[in-house]
Design a protein around this ligand. Structure first.
Ligand SMILES: NC(=O)c1ccc[n+]([C@@H]2O[C@H](COP(=O)([O-])OP(=O)(O)OC[C@H]3O[C@@H](n4cnc5c(N)ncnc54)[C@H](O)[C@@H]3O)[C@@H](O)[C@H]2O)c1
Length: 344
């Protein structure tokens, strides 16, 4: 008896559809439907860090994100993902690096280990793409991106997928070279007009959809910059002033309990300090997907989407990759044991 374990590196994950945004958005839509129906198990993220919440922006952290997702996925697993904000600047390495382990639904034995870095960034973007599919104006043409890092690259792919009228992208980063590199990297994949923005304010103003995906712990976005009919997608932690949340017409989340438990994002801070009640949340994304709540109702509403990211999304996407890898016979078959040692 052995314990076969499939190992997939990032290139192999890609060969199995890991960079296919349309497929990823479709999977994430199914995940949110199951999430709303309660067909999942999702412990809180375990956060390993070397100080208080604020230390994460300097020292980084490693998150353990286990979960079980039901429905057609019926699989458990865990993503173990590190974040070191100085990596891109000091070592020319990505901020985040992840590994995913999948476990057999019956025996619970591990069946696969794969790169989780690409999957994590694709599924995070797909969450936000899905939110835009339901909440952005159908005629959205201009998007503003704050933060020229890894995530806004995949977020741009996701928005390009769901916004058929997209014509213009504005990008802003504290480091202008990173904005230029962003444009160089993305212009052939997303062939629309792209320009470097000189300020966060210009990036938000006149954008139909705008995104903050930064490592800033100081609020960036001010309520007076935000136009009617816009959608704000917030991925980082404390990136907007409290009034942005108060003045929005619809506040939508992936999972409010998990946002509160993680604690670092603007609405979580507001809630902890007694400045935001649970009733401020209009809907979860799953409620929109399942038609339980109305999506955008007119071209004037300002809508705000905040997400924390859920381990069940990683497991569902990893399952698709795993099935594809078995079908195409991609990856390296390892054996965890020669034979199980049950009597040491
Ligand atoms: N919500 C989710 O589901 C989810 C999932 C994963 C990661 N995240 C978060 O998304 C954020 C972005 O991740 P990433 O991988 O793209 O990071 P990254 O390190 O690759 O890029 C972050 C960029 O933000 C820029 N920046 C920092 N402060 C800024 C400011 N005030 N104004 C403009 N630019 C600024 C940096 O120069 C850098 O280019 C992180 O905070 C990460 O923790 C969210």
């Amino acid at each position: 008896m052995n314990a076969p374990l499939l190992f997939l590196n990032q290139e192999e994950v890609k060969q199995c559809g890991g960079a296919d945004m349309k497929k990823t958005i479709d999977i994430i839509e199914k995940v949110f439907s199951l999430h709303h129906k309660g067909d999942y198990v999702l412990p809180d993220k375990a956060v390993l860090r070397w100080g208080d919440g604020d230390s994460e922006s300097i020292m980084g952290r490693i998150n353990g994100m286990p979960g079980y997702i039901g429905g057609e996925f019926n699989l458990s697993g865990i993503k173990w993902i590190s974040s070191n904000p100085s990596n891109p600047f000091k070592a020319n390495l990505p901020r985040a690096a992840g590994t995913i382990i999948l476990n057999d639904p019956d025996t619970y034995l591990p069946i696969a280990v794969m790169d989780g870095t690409l999957i994590s960034s694709m599924r995070t973007a797909a969450n936000n793409g899905l939110a835009a599919k339901y909440l952005a104006r159908k005629d959205s043409e201009v998007i503003g991106l704050i933060g020229a890092g890894v995530l806004n690259r995949t977020v741009l792919l996701a928005l390009y997928e769901v916004l058929p009228n997209l014509k213009k992208v504005k990008i802003y980063d504290l480091d202008k070279n990173r904005s230029q590199q962003f444009i160089n990297d993305m212009k052939s994949t997303v062939p629309v007009q792209m320009s470097i923005s000189e300020s966060a304010e210009n990036t938000v103003k006149d954008s139909d959809v705008f995104v903050t995906a930064t490592v800033s712990k100081e609020p960036i976005v001010k309520p007076e910059w935000i136009g009617q009919g816009s959608l704000y997608l917030q991925l980082g932690s404390n990136e907007c002033e409290f009034d942005v949340v108060y003045e929005t017409d619809k506040f939508v989340v992936d999972d409010w309990e998990k946002i509160k438990s993680r604690g670092g994002s603007t609405p979580a801070i507001m809630h902890r300090e007694g400045n935001l009640s649970d009733s401020a949340v209009y809907a979860s994304l799953g409620e929109l997907v399942n038609g339980e709540k109305k999506t955008r109702e007119n071209n004037k509403e300002k809508i705000y989407f905040n997400s924390v990211g859920l381990g069940i999304q990683d497991i569902a996407v990893a399952k698709m990759i795993y099935e594809e890898a078995k079908f195409k016979q991609i990856g390296k078959q390892l054996d965890l044991w020669g034979s199980p040692n049950t009597r040491i």
